[in-house]
Design a protein around this ligand. Structure first.
Ligand code: LRH
Ligand code: MN
Length: 424
């Protein structure tokens, strides 16, 4: 299903007057409004191929209908997202959940929807029917060399797939760890994992990056072999200049100060980018900004400050990806909400009066520093995000347009009620 431009234009025309009033109201107070709009238009967020169907938990999965049955239909659905918000111009594939049969055809189809391929994701946390070795006790850390070699070969195969699609990075997330004291020698696990990662790193093309994603627990519940930012940073520093640490917002212990982690990884030049989502307890993979939008703003505040301090290009120098699971909401609507929450946090961070904040910090004026920060956070920037979408050819209100254009109803007519997408 494609969302035709004329239908979006029709929808926008009805909303235009109200939007223009809101936009002029907020723009009047934003000194750098054209810079903010240009940055919002350039900012593209990659959509995970494994989150276009209904997700579930071990307790149940409640399919919503019209789910994509193939990689082609997944590209179509990301195409719908991108047509509506003009900020979802990339798809991140997970292998073997989404293996292209004809890479050139897939690349062409993606380009027709204005999409490119972002980071490739390997999977050594599930056993494949035809694989001789099991990952029950880990993959790159495994005590058995045959298992490690199988996992290394898989990652190298994923790189090859990515090269054919024009991707420039490999994300490695390892479920590896232990669930009981005594099960694992931590030093041995680290050294075997590092040695395995070195072999994968050696297979990277010159212009590729390796993103090492950390996670504090699950599916192992005593230790994880890449458990936190410090461990990931240790690995990537030992691997080389093409290795970076990827921050999944849901992979931290309760009350971790993620914005401080981001600031320091940026300072070290080792921040890969993000898997955006939100959570209240564990790795809940909820809609971005649905639980703790202030934390998301504080993270973007550190990102803008840290990237500007290093003269980085906001749009292209880090990996911007969503990693969420949709147990209750329509997957496309959930992703539209997540992309919008990211754009809102980014816009709020861009309007922080940085000179005034630095001046307040220089004299330890704590109250004033908070006032400056929260002035930006309490500014309703939604009209700026809508204006950026409108100028890029998207919808003023992507979720409103998605519903008004009955996209899901049409997908169900096309694909049926009971279709199930590959992924989590
Ligand atoms: C692990 C993770 C990782 C993906 C998986 C789908 O929790 O965040 O990024 O491989 O989810
Ligand atoms: Mn993730």
């Amino acid at each position: 299903m494609q969302v035709e431009k004329y239908k979006i234009d029709g929808f926008n025309n009805e909303a235009l007057a109200d939007h223009k009033r809101r936009f002029e109201f907020v723009a009047a107070d934003v000194a750098n409004v054209d810079d903010v709009l240009a940055k919002l238009e350039a900012f593209q967020i990659a959509i995970p191929s494994w989150a276009l169907g209904t997700g579930g938990t071990r307790f149940g999965r409640f399919s919503g209908g019209g789910e994509p049955r193939s990689i082609e239909e997944k590209i179509e659905d990301v195409g719908v997202l991108h047509a509506l918000n003009k900020s979802s111009g990339a798809i991140s594939l997970h292998i073997p959940w989404d293996v292209p049969q004809n890479h050139q055809a897939i690349k062409t189809l993606a380009a027709q929807h204005g999409l490119v391929f972002d980071a490739m994701n390997s999977n050594t946390f599930q056993d494949q029917a035809d694989a001789p070795e099991s990952y029950k006790f880990g993959s790159l850390q495994h005590v058995d060399k045959a298992v490690r070699d199988q996992a290394i070969a898989h990652n190298i195969e994923v790189i090859k797939q990515g090269v054919l699609l024009g991707s420039k990075s490999l994300t490695v997330w390892l479920a590896d760890g232990s669930s009981f004291p005594g099960q694992l020698n931590f030093r041995g696990a680290f050294e075997r994992t590092l040695d395995s990662l070195k072999q994968i790193y050696a297979a990277l093309p010159d212009d590729w990056k390796l993103y090492l994603e950390y996670k504090c627990y699950e599916p192992n519940f005593y230790s994880t072999t890449v458990a936190d930012w410090g461990q990931s940073l240790l690995y990537v520093t030992k691997l080389g200049p093409k290795a970076y640490t990827l921050v999944d917002l849901g992979h931290h212990l309760p009350n971790a100060n993620i914005e401080q982690i981001v600031s320091l990884l940026l300072m070290e030049g080792r921040l890969a980018g993000f898997h955006f989502n939100d959570s209240k307890y564990g790795d809940d993979d909820l809609t971005v900004g649905s639980i703790n939008p202030y934390q998301l703003f504080l993270i973007f505040n550190e990102l803008v400050e840290g990237m500007d301090a290093r003269g980085m290009n906001h749009a292209s120098d880090l990996g911007w990806m969503i990693d969420a699971s949709h147990n209750l909401k329509d997957p496309i609507e959930d992703l539209l909400q997540s992309v919008q929450a990211i754009q809102i946090a980014y816009a709020q961070a861009l309007i922080v009066d940085k000179a005034a904040l630095q001046a307040a910090q220089k004299v330890s004026d704590v109250a004033l520093a908070q006032e400056i920060l929260q002035k930006a956070y309490r500014t309703d920037v939604r009209a700026l995000v809508s204006e950026a979408s409108l100028r890029a050819g998207g919808a003023i209100d992507p979720i409103g347009a998605y519903r008004k254009l009955a996209v899901r109803e049409n997908l169900i007519k096309e694909r049926g009620e009971k279709t199930v997408a590959t992924g989590l």
